[in-house]
Design a protein around this ligand. Sequence first.
Ligand code: PAF
Length: 276
Amino acid sequence: MTLLVHTRADLARARAELPGRVAVVTTMGALHDGHRANFRKARQSADSVIATVFVNPLQFGPGEDLDRYPRPLDADVAICADEGVDVVFAPVEAELYPNGRGGLTTVHAGPDGDILEGASRPGFFTGVLTVVAKLFHLTRPDVACFGEKDFQQLALVRRMVRDLDFGIEIVSVETVREADGLALSSRNVYLSEAERAAAQAIPHAVHAAQASSEPLAAAEKALAAEPGLVVDYVTVRANDLGEAPASGPARLLIAAKAGTTRLIDNAPVRIGDPDA
Ligand code: PAF
């Protein structure tokens, strides 16, 4: 049985009843198979699972899609029930930010929060880390599962937990893709047919990069071949987001817009000769 709670008081009561180790999966709802993978990993990693569903206004910039972000709560709760989630915490904004958002104490990522997504979306990771920190305090998990799809978010949450001594194990979950290779995202529903076709260049770039000893050049070439995409960044970094190594394992990261929809993707790649 999945229990849906909206207040921190009801969450605290439900949390107190949960047996054993507790895993949390934080979400903004509009759940898809990528979230399902997170719930499954959470089930494997702990005895009880809490899902949070909250479209966090703090991580949306001016002109972003806060108002039109999908909020299908009934369908989300049904998915959580299907995946054996024990408690769904779906607060309204006033429950999570009872003193308003002005003058709020926030969690600011280190310098790695200002690159890539942080460079394009100023304040984004402050919004993410602040709400994740609050949700960690409210749900008191032993484990938290985050998708690799948001690779920079995963890295920064790991750092926050380490740097601020949260004592929570962070477990990563591999990106889930549509049959055509596009990484699952709640924002894919915004894509028109033509945009969706253009977005294909992103998984093509990922494949090209993974098949090449020069992954960045291969990805750039694949993306440049699609005029329907506006590339924000395509880069190869070290797995901890530092400078890419001269050779060896690294991470390809891509952000691009199809129409007004911003899409991100990333994947492990290898720089240089695979046999070196
Ligand atoms: O990845 C997301 O859906 C959000 O950034 C998160 C972690 C739920 C914080 O609002």
